[in-house]
Ligand binder design. Structure first.
Ligand code: NAP
Length: 332
């Protein structure tokens, strides 16, 4: 074993994650946060989006007469990903509310066959901004439960797709976005986030950046981050958390219930939070928990880079081993 050859290779390998990572140039070294103008530069030119970043708007049900909807109106709610496994629960939840519903899908014929019920189906593809402008016409509230499927990748759907639907929402006057993300999008140093970024095309990084674009859109938002999706809806209590430090499970139906309730609860405005089942909580108690969530709390954006804690310790150990081996050799 030639130590002189191994050492530089090992160091190169450990640092390559940071060095070649997509946008490490946008990380502020002082606070390990993204630099916003820099992130904006990363937006693909072909998207030709309006890059203005507004302050979050007033909540949906205020008396603001300039808003596109007043409390007296029956809002039109559009659902991106309506044919998906969470989307169908969202449609069911919405049916029991006083709203008009527009279900969106890339392929409305297939979607109609998959989903029971008499919904207004409109074509929409988040990779096609023009389709979104048509689909969002007259829409007050947008719910997204989309996810990258098949050959699509997370960058295209979770990140560029979010940019596209936010920009279309701005243009068409959508006043509220309710977005289904995932636990880990705010847990840059969580083991699962790091692993997913390493092995699955930096999927959590793109979810993080997609979320961030929504948060900074100027449109009133609620971002719901579920844990692993499994189980029977309505069977257990639901725990809200912030800071992205929990792991757990939650059924898709429960996620849909939280997302739809968020429309009608002013305390859900401009908040990002994790949701998991917790059998120690009363089943309906979560409905009173929105008020305890904080605005501006979303954890740490997953950059896709290998966090320092993950490479520093192995590097120190490696150097110590090399030092000990060399010292032993010298003595021999
Ligand atoms: N699996 C988990 O444990 C887990 C945990 C936390 C969070 N999540 C996240 O939760 C979200 C929903 O998951 P799910 O399993 O309920 O979803 P799903 O059943 O995979 O459905 C995803 C939907 O996204 C839509 N979609 C895909 N590409 C699109 C595009 N380019 N434009 C418009 N719509 C598009 C599809 O609709 P059409 O085909 O009709 O267009 C599809 O119905 C995903 O983002 C996922 O990453 C998953």
């Amino acid at each position: 074993m030639n130590l002189r050859k191994i050492l530089p290779t090992a160091i190169l390998l450990l640092f390559s994650q940071t060095a070649v990572s997509h946008n490490s140039e946008c990380l502020e070294p002082t606070n390990n946060e993204f630099n916003r103008p820099c992130i904006e530069r990363l937006i693909p030119r072909s998207l030709a989006v309006n890059r203005t970043m507004l302050e979050p708007q007033a909540s949906l049900f205020t008396d603001d007469s300039t808003g596109s909807m007043s409390a007296a109106d029956r809002p039109l709610v559009a659902v991106l990903g309506a044919s998906g496994r969470t989307g169908v629960y969202v449609l069911e939840e919405l049916k029991s509310r006083d709203v008009d519903i527009r279900a969106l899908s890339r392929n409305i014929e297939t979607a109609k066959q998959k989903v029971d019920g008499d919904f207004e189906w409109v074509p929409a593809d988040v990779t096609d901004p023009k389709s979104l402008l048509l689909a969002f016409e007259g829409v007050d509230i947008l719910i997204s439960t989309i996810g990258s499927t098949g050959g699509d990748n997370s960058e295209m759907i979770d990140y560029e797709g979010s940019i596209n639907f936010v920009e279309a929402a701005k243009e068409t006057g959508v006043s509220r976005i309710i977005y289904m993300s995932s636990i880990g999008a705010g847990g840059a140093e969580n083991f699962s986030t790091v692993i997913l970024n390493l092995v699955a095309n930096k999927t959590m990084k793109w979810k993080s950046l997609g979320e961030d674009y929504i948060r900074n859109s100027g449109i009133d938002f609620t971002i719901v981050r579920p844990g692993g999706l499994r189980g029977e809806p309505g069977a257990l209590g639901i725990r809200f958390e912030q800071g992205d430090e929990v792991i757990g499970w939650i059924p898709r139906g429960d996620v849909a219930a939280v997302m739809v309730e968020s429309i009608f609860n002013d305390d859900a405005s401009n908040k990002t939070f994790e949701v998991i089942n917790d059998e120690s909580l009363p089943i309906e108690a979560w409905k009173d928990e929105f008020i305890n969530l904080k605005e501006g709390e979303f954890g740490k954006i997953a950059t896709g880079d290998l966090p320092t804690t993950y490479w520093l310790t192995p590097l120190v150990i490696l150097l110590a081993i090399i030092y000990l081996i060399r010292r032993r050799k010298k003595r021999a």
